[in-house]
Design a protein. Structure first.
Length: 127
């Protein structure tokens, strides 16, 4: 089982991502975080293989706050892959920041919010 923790501002979007992962491969076990404050402990509890976090312009989903979670997770579980999701249409500068984080090796991958559920699942599958 590949355990995927999903931390997103929009619960409906998070539920859709979880459903897409389950439909893509029964080996995925998505778990949704109730809040960013609980994400690290949830990753620890379920021994997450992948953490998917949405990045927005609003606290507690800001890029800098997500990088703090990333830093702590890397200490506790260095093998957990980190994927950021950002809306490239409404958050252009933020999307550039997320893309640069991937180039700099700070995250394992990023996904634009406009991609299909199948594409998102395929990207997670390759990690």
């Amino acid at each position: 089982m590949r355990r995927v923790v999903i931390d997103m501002q929009n619960a409906l979007f998070a539920d859709a991502v979880a459903g897409a992962l389950r439909r893509f491969d029964a080996d995925f076990d998505p778990v949704m975080s109730e809040s960013p404050d609980k994400t690290l402990s949830l990753c620890d509890d379920v021994l997450a293989n992948v953490l998917i976090m949405e990045v927005t312009a609003y606290t507690p989903w800001k890029f800098e706050e997500r990088m703090k979670i990333r830093d702590e997770l890397r200490k506790a579980n260095p093998d957990c892959k980190i994927v950021l999701v950002v809306d490239e249409n409404t958050e252009k500068k933020l999307a550039d920041k997320v893309r640069q984080a991937k180039k700099d090796g700070l995250i394992d991958n990023f996904i634009y919010g406009s991609v299909s559920a199948t594409y998102l699942s395929a990207v997670i599958d390759t990690l």
